[in-house]
Design a protein around this ligand. Structure first.
Ligand SMILES: C[S@@+](CC[C@H](N)C(=O)[O-])C[C@H]1O[C@@H](n2cnc3c(N)ncnc32)[C@H](O)[C@@H]1O
Length: 234
C-alpha cells in the first residue's frame, strides 16, 4: 500500500504502457527501481510465494453487474485471479501494480491460459497514476486504499460501468495501531466519497470470524449515464 495523498500526479507516458506490457519479458519501469512499495511487494511475491489466481469474491460479484461490453481496469492487482477471470470472459483488462514480480506472475499465468492478448500489464506507482482517456466497464481494486487513487478511479468508470472496491476500515487499526490512518476507510467510506450521481449497488462490511471486528468493507457502485435532460440543455 502507499501513503501519498500530497504527491502530485503525473500522466503515465504512452511509451511506458507499451514497455511495461512486456513485463513478463523482464522489462521494468526504471522510475520504480528503488520505490519502497515495489521493493516491499517484490520481496513478498518473490521466493516461495505461490499465487492461487483465485478471483476475488468482489470481482465475481461485480461481473454480472457490468454492461455487456467494455474493458476492465484493475488497480494494485497483484498476481490477480480477478484479471484472469475478466479476460477469460472476453474483457480487455489493464492490470496495474508497482511490483514487477506480481506482474510477471500474472503475465506468465495469462500466457499459460492463452489470455495474453487480453491483458495489458502496467508497472506504475498509483500515487502518480492518472487513468487517461479510456473509460472502463469495471474499475476494480481490492486490499488497497488511497483516497486520491479512488477519486481517479471513479473518474475512469464508463457510463453504466461499475466501480468495485475493497479496503481495510478504521477498525483494522484497533488490532494494528501501526497501520497508517490514510490506508483505512473512515465511516461511510468509500461510498460517501463517490462523485455525485453514482448509484451504490451495495456497501457492506465483510464479516469476520466470531468475536472479531469486521476490518474490511466492500463497495459496488454504478455510474449512470449523464442525464439526457442535462445533455439536451447543453
Ligand atoms: C495487499 S496487496 C493486494 C493485491 C490484490 N489486489 C489482492 O487483493 O490480492 C496490495 C498490492 O498493491 C500493490 N501496491 C502497493 N503500493 C503500490 C503503489 N504505490 N502503486 C501501485 N501498486 C502498489 C502491491 O504491489 C500489491 O500487489
Amino acid at each position: 500500500m502507499t501513503s501519498a495523498p500530497a504527491v502530485s500526479r503525473a500522466r503515465i507516458g504512452v511509451d511506458w504502457r507499451l514497455a511495461t506490457s512486456l513485463a513478463c519479458m523482464g522489462r521494468q519501469n526504471p522510475e520504480l527501481a528503488g520505490h519502497p512499495d515495489r521493493l516491499r511487494w517484490n520481496a513478498r511475491y518473490g521466493g516461495d510465494y505461490v499465487p492461487t489466481f483465485r478471483p476475488h469474491p468482489l470481482a465475481v460479484a461485480a461481473m454480472p453487474t457490468l454492461p455487456a461490453a467494455g474493458p476492465v481496469l484493475e488497480l494494485a492487482c497483484g498476481p490477480s485471479g480477478s484479471a484472469l477471470l475478466a479476460a477469460a470472459a472476453g474483457r480487455r483488462v489493464t492490470a496495474i501494480d508497482a511490483s514487477d514480480v506480481a506482474l510477471d506472475l500474472l503475465g506468465n499465468e495469462a500466457a499459460r491460459r492463452g489470455l495474453s492478448e487480453m491483458l495489458t500489464l502496467l508497472q506504475a506507482d498509483l500515487a502518480t497514476w492518472q487513468p487517461g482517456a479510456e473509460r472502463y466497464a469495471l474499475v476494480l481494486c481490492t486490499s488497497f486504499w488511497d483516497q486520491l487513487v479512488f477519486d481517479a478511479a471513479a473518474a475512469a468508470v464508463a457510463d453504466y460501468g461499475v466501480v468495485a472496491w475493497e479496503a481495510l476500515t478504521d477498525a483494522a487499526r484497533e488490532g494494528r495501531p501501526d497501520l497508517p490512518a490514510q490506508w483505512c476507510l473512515g465511516p461511510g467510506e468509500p461510498a460517501s466519497l463517490l462523485p455525485a450521481g453514482f448509484d451504490v449497488l451495495d456497501q457492506h462490511d465483510v464479516p469476520s470470524p466470531p468475536d472479531q471486528p469486521a476490518v474490511k468493507r466492500q463497495l459496488l457502485a454504478r455510474r449512470p449515464p449523464f442525464p439526457s435532460s442535462i445533455t439536451a440543455a447543453w
